[in-house]
Design a binder for this molecule. Structure first.
Ligand code: R5P
Length: 291
């Protein structure tokens, strides 16, 4: 039999998953010693332990917690340990952009592959890595947010046109567009620095529609802000911004509204006030194959 357990901050996800899978959610004690080191204790394991943890915020610390929890589970008798990471960190450094840089997505994949037996995640940032199998040596499965986002768009937006702010976003935008039968356009993004982003001018062809800007990650929010500004400059209605992963390295909402957006909503892969779209069902479906 299997049990589900959670890294700190992912308890709600673990409960939803356990309920959908019809198995127990076992709580753990995980805290810091006064010097910052990690104390961990599990009351119960089973043959198979499913650890749920969005590896955010502070993905480096979250990884050490994951490694200690997986090792504790194995010491206590678990024969298999899987990871359900609704948000998979470290995926964006997927190539050496500058000489001498580390390709941390690949190093992180190696570390996770040495820690757990399988992994499920939601829409990882696959761009220059075309599949998780290219860097992860364990079985992996991807749950997709597009059907849930499409449901939200169908319910909430009249005459939508979906807008991808950059080439990477096309995979998600096209999937949502096909599921809700809406037109879509993809802009071109130039990133000159962490917070220095511009996007190309959109065509005015869809100006009678309501733009929905869709991206996988909102971090500093500069991508969403740049796309919003460009759309408004081209005479479009106020766009709604939708992201899968609410990373929010910076507070974004006010800047986005000042740029002319209605607001921003996200899927619940990372707990955040902007979460409006639940992806627990696709996560549970993807996890079932390993149980
Ligand atoms: C990168 O290509 C991703 O798809 C997102 O566009 C990016 O992470 C967004 O970052 P930011 O919010 O900092 O502009």
């Amino acid at each position: 039999m299997a049990v589900v357990t959670a890294l700190p901050g992912s308890e709600a996800h673990a409960s939803k998953l356990a309920a959908r899978l019809g198995i127990d959610h076992v709580s753990i004690e995980l805290r810091r010693f006064p010097d910052g080191e990690i104390y961990i204790r599990m009351d119960r394991v089973d043959d198979h332990v499913v650890i749920v943890g969005s590896l955010y915020p502070s993905p480096a610390e979250r990884f050490l917690e994951l490694a200690f929890l997986a090792a504790t589970a194995r010491d206590l008798g678990a024969k298999r340990v899987g990871l359900v990471a609704p948000y998979l960190a470290f995926m964006r450094q997927d190539v050496q952009f500058q000489p001498g840089e580390g390709v941390t997505s690949a190093y992180f994949a190696r570390m996770v592959s040495n820690t757990v037996d399988w992994m499920v995640t939601v829409d990882p940032h696959l761009h220059r890595h075309v599949s998780l199998g290219g860097i992860y040596s364990i079985p992996t499965a991807i749950a997709h947010a597009a059907p849930a986002i499409a449901d939200w768009v169908r319910r909430e937006v009249k005459d939508p046109v979906l807008v991808g702010p950059d080439a990477e976003s096309e995979q998600w935008v096209a999937a949502v567009a096909s599921a809700c039968q809406a037109p879509f356009v993809i802009l071109e993004k130039t990133r000159r620095g962490d917070r220095d982003v511009s996007v190309s001018e959109p065509s005015r062809e869809w100006n009678g529609h309501t733009p929905v800007v869709i991206d996988d990650i909102v971090s500093t929010g500069k991508t969403m802000v740049a796309a919003t500004r460009r759309l408004r400059e081209a005479g479009s209605a106020a766009p709604m911004c939708v992201a899968i992963h609410a990373v929010f390295a910076d507070a974004v909402h006010d800047e986005l509204v000042a740029a002319g957006a209605t607001g921003i909503i996200t899927c619940d892969t990372i707990p955040h006030a902007s979460n409006r779209i639940c992806v627990a069902d696709p996560i549970a479906e993807a996890t079932k194959r390993y149980l």
